[in-house]
Ligand binder design. Structure first.
Ligand code: ATP
Length: 446
C-alpha cells in the first residue's frame, strides 16, 4: 500500500491541462481556433457543474422555508437595464497600447506608465468608457427599436417580478428569491481560464427584509451561512477570505458589503459579493415603470419598500475554485520503496462527478467482468458510479485525477468469498468489504 509522503499545489498550467485531458473544460469552438472568453464543460465538467449548482440550490432554497425559486428570461425589456443603471453606467474604462495594439482595463494595469505586454512607455490611448452589456436585436427589424441586451446579471428579473412573486408565493418579508442562470458581459480582457469570461452562470439570492432594525443582523447571518457553505465543501480556510468593504468602496446606497475571495495561483479573486442594497433596486424600477412594487402588509394595511440583502455568486468561478483547491501533486513511496507521483483532485464527495468507480481486475475474464458490472449496476441508482477495467495502477491514477473518492476492485477472491477491495482516494488505504455490504458502506461515507 502507498502512503503520500508530500503534496504540493498544482500550477494553473497543470490544472488547465488536466481539465482538458479528462473532459472537464474545453475551449469553445476549438476546431475554429476558439473564441476568447467562452468555454464548454465536457462530460465530467457538466456533471461537476450540475453538482455545484445543486449544492448551492440545496442550501439556499431547499433547506429554507423562507426562500422561493425563480427563473427569469435572459432577454428582458430594455427599460429594465435603463432603470438598473446598466445602460448608463455598467462600463469599464479601457486603454489600447498603440504599439502592440493590446487592450487593457485601466484598473488592471499596475504601472500606468508602460504597457504590461510589450513594455512600451507612454503608448496608451486616452482612457475611454466601454459598456459591458452584450447587445442583440429582437424581431425581424434591426433598428434602434429592436435593440435588446443579454442580461449582465440575473437579479433584475427578480426585482421586476417582486410583486408577482410575493403575491403568488404568499410570502412576506423577511423572505428570499433565488435563481441560477446565465449572464453575459463583454469583458475587455477575459482571462485566467474560466475566472473572467463573457458568458457565465450566476447563483443569486435576493432576500427582502422589513426596515425594522434587524437588517444588519440578517446580513451577517447570510455571510455566516455562505462561510459555512464553502467550509462544508472543504475549501481550505486559509485560501478563502471574506473582505468587508469600507463605506468608500461600497455604492452610495449600500449599507454593508462583503466580497468572498479565494487565493488563486495568480492572487486573490472575487467569487461572490454579498451586499445590503437598501431599497435602491425596487425604487429604481418603481420610478421608471411608474408601477407600485412596494409590499402591502395586510396586517397593518400599509405599504412599504423592503430592504434588500443580496448574495451573488459565480458558478464558473466556484467550479474553478473547487478544481484549484482540490488539485494536488503528491509524491509517495510504494511498498517496494519506489518513488511514485500522482495528481489527485480531493473533491468533496457531493461535488465529485464520479463517486465510486468499479473495476474488474482482468479485462479478459468474463466472470470477473460480469460480477463487477453487476456490482456497478446495483450501486448506480444510489450513487454516481462508473465501470472500467484494465491495469489497476493506471485505473487508480485516472480516478485520482478526476477526483473519485472510492474505487472498488473485483478480483479472484471475490469469486471465492464475495469480498471486494475498496480503496480510499485520499489515504490510498485499501480494505476488504463484502460486495453485499457496499451500499451501506458507501451510504455512511458519501
Ligand atoms: P469583477 O470585479 O471580477 O469583474 P464584479 O464585481 O463585476 O466582478 P459582480 O457584478 O459582483 O462581479 O457579479 C457577481 C459574481 O458574478 C462575481 O462575484 C463572479 O463570481 C461572477 N462574475 C461576474 N463577472 C464574471 C465574469 N466575467 N466571469 C465569470 N464570473 C463572473
Amino acid at each position: 500500500m502507498e502512503t503520500a509522503a508530500s503534496a504540493e499545489r498544482a500550477s494553473m498550467e497543470e490544472i488547465t491541462a488536466l481539465a482538458k485531458r479528462r473532459g472537464f473544460i474545453f475551449q469553445s469552438s476549438e476546431i475554429y481556433g476558439g473564441i476568447n472568453g467562452f468555454w464548454d464543460y465536457g462530460p465530467l465538467g457538466a456533471v461537476l457543474k450540475a453538482n455545484v449548482k445543486r449544492a448551492w440550490w440545496h442550501d439556499t432554497v431547499e433547506l429554507r422555508d423562507d426562500v422561493v425559486a425563480f427563473d427569469s428570461s435572459i432577454i428582458m425589456h430594455p427599460m429594465v437595464w435603463k432603470a438598473s443603471g446598466h445602460v448608463d453606467a455598467f462600463a469599464d474604462v479601457m486603454v489600447d497600447c498603440k504599439v502592440c495594439k493590446h487592450r487593457f482595463r485601466l484598473d488592471h494595469i499596475e504601472d500606468r506608465s508602460k504597457c504590461p505586454d510589450c513594455g512600451s512607455a507612454g503608448s496608451f490611448t486616452e482612457p475611454r468608457k466601454f459598456n459591458l452589456m452584450m447587445r442583440t436585436s429582437v424581431g425581424p427589424m434591426e433598428d434602434s427599436s429592436s435593440q435588446a441586451y443579454l442580461r449582465p446579471e440575473t437579479a433584475q428579473g427578480i426585482f421586476v417580478n417582486f410583486k408577482n412573486i410575493y403575491q403568488t408565493a404568499r410570502k412576506r418579508p423577511p423572505f428570499g428569491v433565488a435563481q441560477i442562470g446565465k449572464s453575459f458581459r463583454n469583458e475587455i480582457t477575459p482571462g485566467n481560464f474560466t475566472f473572467r469570461v463573457r458568458e457565465f452562470e450566476q447563483a443569486e439570492l435576493e432576500y427582502f427584509v422589513p426596515d425594522d432594525g434587524k437588517d444588519l443582523e440578517c446580513f451577517s447571518q447570510w455571510v455566516e451561512r455562505r462561510k459555512a457553505w464553502y467550509a462544508g465543501y472543504g475549501i481550505a480556510p486559509d485560501r478563502l477570505r471574506f473582505y468587508e468593504l469600507t463605506p468608500q468602496e461600497r455604492p452610495h446606497y449600500a449599507r454593508a458589503g462583503v466580497d468572498v475571495e479565494y487565493l488563486f495561483p495568480w492572487g486573490w479573486g472575487e467569487l461572490e459579493s454579498i451586499a445590503h442594497r437598501g431599497t435602491y433596486d425596487l425604487e429604481a424600477h418603481m420610478k421608471l415603470s411608474g408601477k407600485d412594487l412596494r409590499f402591502f402588509d395586510e396586517a397593518t394595511k400599509s405599504h412599504y419598500t423592503p430592504l434588500l440583502i443580496e448574495s451573488s455568486a459565480g458558478i464558473d468561478r466556484t467550479i474553478l475554485t473547487f478544481l484549484v483547491d482540490a488539485c494536488e501533486r503528491e509524491r509517495s513511496v510504494d511498498p517496494n520503496g519506489k518513488q511514485t507521483e500522482r495528481t489527485v483532485l480531493h473533491f468533496h464527495p457531493q461535488i465529485a462527478p464520479v463517486q465510486i468507480a468499479v473495476f474488474s481486475l482482468a479485462r479478459n475474464k468474463p466472470e470477473l467482468v460480469e460480477r463487477s458490472r453487476a456490482i456497478e449496476t446495483a450501486l448506480r441508482p444510489l450513487f454516481r458510479t462508473s465501470y472500467d477495467d484494465g491495469n489497476i495502477g493506471q485505473l487508480y491514477r485516472r480516478q485520482d485525477e478526476i477526483g473519485t473518492p472510492f474505487c472498488v476492485t473485483v478480483d479472484y477472491e471475490t469469486m471465492a468469498d464475495g469480498s471486494v477491495t475498496v480503496r480510499d482516494r485520499d489515504s490510498m488505504r485499501q480494505e476488504r468489504v463484502q460486495a453485499g455490504a457496499l451500499a451501506s458502506y458507501f451510504g455512511e461515507r458519501l
